[in-house]
Design a protein around this ligand. Structure first.
Ligand SMILES: [Zn+2]
Length: 551
């Protein structure tokens, strides 16, 4: 009898812990990608953030201080795919925003899909799907594990920022249509827009934003973390004489409208982030995300930080202003989640798809290494060299960080592909700013564990990638040729820390406040979520759970 009681007690206790464990599983995963967000934006602007946005995430959440991308190219498509699949382009196949496809004899965009149609508009801006993505995402795993009851919804201004996080089996991905200022999708996901999306579009928020100007949030002299408003390092918008506030959209939109581009003003301003946040909140309400029995996922990607970041650079008043406003968007989102889903019922992560280089000319003018590599000139010299050495022919099909050689012609002329790859790699090394070159053969045959070679290898997909790969000196930016325009604005894509070092923050359900300085990679995010949600890992995941969150 006594023994029976004991057993009964144990059974009850076990049942109790099981129920408890189930209760603790979050109802909603909120993934936030801030396109082009550098790690230092958390702290350079810290004192100016409010209490309910970034400061709340940092004050109550967990920050990996030394989190990095671990492959090249550090670009948007690969970044979104890598965070949600927990692996790198070598495995998930998104080797760039676009890449040359030998069979098609042209470059393809990472989310293009001519077999699907736009839903929500008559334009072609919705001929997109995740068909190039070779691995499952954390959302796919949620869908599989719940017998498809979990909902996965994704929103971004950029199509790739919405599509890749939603994975192959996402319920919906919505992105911004530049032609109309509306959110659209494709028939990969659905045959018509849900009523709530139509209603959202009917508010014509984009037009309302165009009727307003973009003025700084605070008096301009209070932007103390940035250079002057007018610097030679910023691009100047069409219709403006100087890169300065205010951005009079009411006036500029008339000039832009002549080419049907007026909504680009919205996507390159803080209003693009407002749109994504509002649409995200509408998705929570109308799809009842996190309000059912299963764990749902909402993926938001804020693209405007990147579009403006390229134009104005990390030391511009414009970028400081965008982040102060993004801080408010995040505060509003958290408030909404607390109300609708409930504090403790959702887990949020925030990261970026890559960071960005300071404007090289700005660095140069301040005694810090930085420069421009005129790749256009280097590639025309490469062509001359190849013609001289191997005879007349179009030897390079697609130049860039990765160079695609004309393998068909090389075979026809009985030339060794490996030899030509090695020739090209050696030839390019002579040019100023080119630091290292590798061939596809190097990346295929060797197993690199450290440094730039290892980073390149993780971005190398044997079937899809090119023949020769280039790394520039640190803080050198590739340009076609150096012009007055090319020294304004900046970019990303390199294996260096200014492009790889991004915030990784977890916040919400079961997340203990804390930090780690251990080096983690962004491929660790999806495995961490898989452990939190008791899921099978995404199919090609190579990252490791961030163990400090479970200790
Ligand atoms: Zn990006």
């Amino acid at each position: 009898m006594k023994l029976h009681l004991k057993l009964l007690l144990i059974v009850f206790l076990l049942a109790g812990t099981r129920v408890q464990a189930q209760n603790k599983t979050p109802k909603l995963v909120v993934g936030i990608m801030v396109d082009q967000m550098r790690y230092d934006y958390l702290f350079r602007y810290y004192n100016q953030y409010g209490n309910d946005g970034f400061k709340k995430l940092l004050g109550q959440g967990f920050l990996a201080k030394n989190a990095h991308y671990n492959y090249v190219p550090t670009a948007t498509g690969p970044g979104h795919a890598s965070v949600y699949t927990g692996t790198t382009p070598a495995n998930h196949g998104i080797i760039g925003n676009s890449w040359y496809v030998r069979a098609k004899k042209r470059s393809i965009n990472c989310v293009e899909d001519s077999t699907v149609k736009t839903v929500g508009s008559a334009s072609l801006e919705g001929s997109n799907s995740p068909q190039q993505l070779l691995a499952t995402t954390i959302g796919d795993q949620l869908r599989l594990a719940s017998n498809w009851r979990s909902k996965v919804v994704s929103v971004s201004v950029k199509n790739r920022g919405a599509i890749l996080p939603a994975g192959r089996a996402g319920n919906a991905a919505y992105w911004f249509e530049y032609k109309t200022g509306n959110f659209i999708t494709s028939n990969y996901y659905m045959d018509k827009l849900p009523g709530w999306v139509k209603k959202f579009n009917d508010q014509k928020l984009s037009d309302k934003f165009l009727a307003q100007d973009w003025k700084p949030l605070k008096p301009i002299n209070q932007y103390r973390e940035s250079a002057n408003d007018d610097t030679p390092y910023e691009r100047i918008l069409t219709g403006k004489k100087k890169p300065t506030f205010p951005y009079e959209f009411s006036k500029l939109s008339k000039i832009y409208a002549k080419r049907g581009h007026q909504y680009r003003l919205v996507s390159g301003s803080p209003y693009g982030n407002t749109l994504v946040r509002s649409m995200g909140m509408a998705a929570i309400d109308n799809e009842k995300l996190g309000q059912g029995n299963e764990t749902d996922m909402l993926a938001l990607s804020f693209s405007s930080t990147d579009i403006a970041g390229h134009a104005y650079g990390p030391h511009s008043v414009e970028i400081e202003d965008i982040y102060l406003r993004l801080d408010r968007e995040i505060a509003q989102l958290i408030k909404h989640l607390d109300k609708k889903v409930g504090k403790g019922n959702y887990v949020m992560f925030l990261t970026a798809d890559h960071a960005v280089l300071n404007v090289p000319q700005y660095l140069k003018d301040n005694k810090i290494p930085g420069n421009y590599a005129p790749l256009g000139i280097y590639f025309s010299k490469l062509n001359e060299y190849l013609v001289k050495k191997y005879g007349v022919g179009k030897w390079v099909l697609s130049p860039g960080y990765q160079i695609f050689l004309n393998r068909k012609l090389i075979a026809e002329r009985n030339i060794s592909l490996e030899k030509m790859q090695a020739d090209v790699a050696r030839f390019l090394l002579q040019f100023e700013g080119i630091y290292k070159t590798y061939t596809a053969n190097d990346l295929h045959r060797n197993n690199y564990t450290h440094g730039i070679a290892a980073i390149m290898q993780k971005g190398y997909n044997q079937k899809r990638s090119g023949d020769v790969f280039i790394a520039l000196n640190p803080s050198w930016l590739p340009v076609g040729r150096v012009t007055k325009r090319s020294v304004r604005g900046t970019s990303h894509g390199s294996p260096y820390t200014y492009d790889t070092h991004v915030p990784v923050i977890f916040y919400g359900a079961n997340i203990k406040k804390g930090t780690t300085v251990r080096k983690v990679t962004i491929t660790d995010i999806a495995p961490t979520l898989a452990m939190m949600l008791n899921l099978q890992l995404p199919s090609a995941a190579t990252g490791q759970p961030i163990h400090e969150l479970f200790d």
